[in-house]
Design a protein around this ligand. Structure first.
Ligand SMILES: [Zn+2]
Length: 466
């Protein structure tokens, strides 16, 4: 079934968003000037408070009736707003965050991370995409809807959290203590984006995670390799042998009892594009697993074990010694079809079994369940139509490597809510890196899509269609 949006409505919404783009740049420039890293050891706490105050003022200016700045248990400030729509209308929640990751090495930036700078048609600054750009896109979308229709045709909620990048769980705790704040029929988590510039993308699959620290002990202290090497039970060697058993030569993760034959059914991730995105060097191939496997399979449909760190003597401090103790952190990513807790237990058992000698201790350190989002509800259908209209091309679905604990919490708190992950980001944004930027055209298209989505979900488009 194809439903086309009313042409006049589309034209009016597009014009309303277009007229706001100069203002969007002004708003974004002001927002990125706040160095809102939610870690006082890196940037002063006033910066986060200023960002929250700015966000609250913008939410009020857009027309929200009730606006609150709430301190979350981790000390950050979440801005929440609500505006009641017509009786019986659905509720749409717009979520994003106003904190950012640190600027990092300032010398790696071509312009100040805290000053929105135009270069080759893009706007550069820390947070220009992740996530202040997403916030601005949602705000101009809501303004456009109000301008065109005179009111919001749905109940609208907004949540702009202040510590998303810290993984300190402030917003998750707030949501769990006040589930009413995040109760909605449709939740737009605007903290992701498109797999290619101009290709509208909904993220429908989030991997879970289950990391462990593995410690191997064999001797009370290192032993001289000349005197003892050979017979000495080398803790580092034992650890390396256990770690080597986690992957095979195709790149498949081979944990005893853990399936690795999943098939990704969303948009394909082209090998060459992956090579570029991951900066794989010449002469090295991306890993696609056993026969017929794809990048998408290994990223989103199969478990992936990665050794994140090993405690070993650095080369600069080399001595001729056999190590008596060695430790490593192993990160396991698990597709949402698997229970992360089970996969983590299998990893623990595997490391214990495959360490050839020594006392092995494997300690779980983090756990997060993956999430597969529903694609058969009215909000998903409305967003598909809205994106197709705004971008002029069919939307695709993708997966994401990291779990989003808030998304998992929202799915638990409000199992009937449809959660849609989208946003202004695309690979050239280089979020979290130096020279983060946003494409204003993508911000504009994302805003138009969100505005049309609200109209679609409320049935306004259908009502206006003759
Ligand atoms: Zn983000």
């Amino acid at each position: 079934m194809t439903v086309s949006l009313d042409d006049a409505l589309v034209a009016a919404v597009t014009a309303a968003v277009d007229s706001r783009m100069p203002g969007a740049r002004v708003d974004l420039a002001r927002l990125v000037s706040h160095r809102s890293v939610a870690n006082p050891a890196i940037e002063p706490a006033e910066e986060c408070r200023a960002a929250a105050a700015d966000v609250a003022a913008m939410v009020r200016a857009v027309g929200f009736e009730e606006v609150e700045a709430i301190e979350t248990p981790d000390g950050s400030v979440a801005v929440v707003g609500r505006s009641a729509g017509p009786a019986g209308a659905p509720t749409v929640l717009f979520y994003t965050h106003h904190d950012v990751v640190p600027a990092g090495d300032l010398d790696a930036w071509d312009s100040s991370p805290w000053e929105l700078t135009d270069r080759e048609g893009r706007w550069y600054a820390r947070g220009s995409a992740d996530c202040k750009g997403n916030f601005v896109a949602s705000m101009i979308a809501l303004e456009a809807v109000r301008e065109v229709l005179g009111e919001w045709p749905v109940t609208v909620k907004v949540v702009v959290e202040g510590s998303e990048e810290q993984s300190s769980g402030g917003m998750e705790k707030l949501a769990r203590s006040r589930p009413d704040l995040v109760a909605a029929d449709a939740i737009l988590l605007a903290d992701t984006g498109n797999i290619e510039l101009g290709l509208p993308t909904l993220t429908t699959s989030l991997r879970g995670t289950g990391s462990v620290i593995v410690t191997v002990r064999t001797m009370d202290h290192p032993a001289h390799s000349g005197m003892y090497g050979g017979a000495a039970p080398d803790a580092l060697q034992a650890l390396l042998m256990a770690l080597a058993s986690l992957r095979d030569a195709n790149g498949e993760t081979t944990i005893d009892g853990l399936a690795h034959d999943g098939v990704w059914d969303g948009a394909a991730y082209d090998v060459e594009r992956f090579r570029g995105d991951a900066a794989v060097v010449d002469g090295v191939e991306p890993l696609t697993g056993a026969d017929g496997g794809t990048v998408g399979d290994l990223l989103w449909a199969r478990p992936a074990a990665t050794v994140l760190a090993i405690d070993v003597p650095p080369i600069a401090q080399v001595t001729a010694a056999v190590q008596g103790t060695a430790r490593a952190v192993v990160n396991l990513r698990v597709p949402p079809s698997m229970r992360a807790a089970d996969a983590q237990q299998l990893l623990v058992a595997h490391l214990e079994r495959h360490t050839p000698w020594g006392r092995v201790e494997v300690r779980p350190v983090s756990l997060g369940q993956g999430l597969r989002l529903a694609t058969d509800g009215p909000a998903y259908a409305a967003m598909n139509r809205a994106m197709r209209t705004a971008f002029g091309t069919d939307p695709v679905t993708t997966g994401q490597g990291g779990s989003i604990p808030l998304a998992t919490a929202l799915a638990e708190l409000h199992p009937d809510a449809e959660i849609l992950l989208l946003g202004v980001e695309e690979p050239a944004c280089r979020i979290h890196g130096p020279n983060e930027s946003v494409d204003p055209g993508e911000l504009r298209r994302t805003a138009i899509a969100q505005a049309l989505f609200v109209c679609e979900l409320a049935g306004v488009a259908a009502a206006r269609t003759p």
